[in-house]
Design a protein. Structure first.
Length: 215
């Protein structure tokens, strides 16, 4: 994990919020919690966020796309890694209140200079996304995974990586997750693996061809 005093303080704020929300959710039925899911942080979790930092440090992407800013937890990790490798994060969110909260946390973490904010429908907004896109976090409404993949695929760099969250949990999303994984694997130049980390992540890569053979 990349550390600074500002980043660590922001992550402590998120940790406290997660604990408060855990207690709140424990007093709700499953149906109530699902109905109120927009109120909760619902982050990728520290293990997955730290793994993505390692990917970014190793791959050194210049353009990073986050689909689903939510309250900005993963954005902090992506932005910290982007600064270290000279990259930029373009993060998409449809809810103004969520983006406002995320903006405040990114500012507090002193990472605003490496983040570009996009507010609105991600599928439509991706038409104007500059490329090639080197790294993607897919973590928005699950029915949008395939439309977003279709919009991003032409812009995805050779050796570009996509990390898609919620492949295994919550179970209600498994059908949509399976459809997304099938869409990725249908592309002949995409290789992918499903990892049982966090809520389940699918890590895919657009394989570059050198001299007529894949590398």
């Amino acid at each position: 994990m990349i550390h600074s005093a500002a980043i660590d303080q922001v992550l402590l704020t998120y940790k406290a919020r997660m604990e408060e929300e855990r207690i709140k959710a424990s007093n709700l039925s499953g149906a109530e919690a699902f109905a109120r899911r927009d109120e909760f942080l619902l982050s990728v979790g520290e293990d997955v966020a730290t793994l993505m930092q390692s990917f970014i440090i190793g791959l050194r992407p210049k353009i990073i796309v986050e689909l689903g800013t939510s309250y900005g937890y993963s954005t902090v990790f992506l932005a910290a890694a982007a600064r270290q490798v000279g990259g930029k994060v373009f993060t998409y969110e449809i809810a103004p209140a969520k983006q406002a909260y995320a903006r405040a946390q990114i500012a507090a973490a002193e990472l605003s200079d490496v983040v570009e904010w996009r507010l609105g429908d991600a599928v439509g907004l991706l038409a104007d996304q500059i490329g090639p896109v080197d790294f993607v976090l897919m973590d928005l409404w699950k029915e949008l995974y395939v439309p977003c993949f279709d919009a991003l695929y032409p812009k995805l760099a050779a050796n570009g990586v996509i990390v898609a969250d919620n492949m295994l949990f919550p179970e209600i999303y498994r059908d949509a997750a399976a459809v997304y994984r099938a869409a990725v694997r249908f592309k002949k130049d995409m290789q992918a693996v499903l990892l049982p980390m966090g809520q389940g992540i699918d890590v895919s890569c657009r394989v570059a061809e050198v001299g007529g053979s894949r590398t």
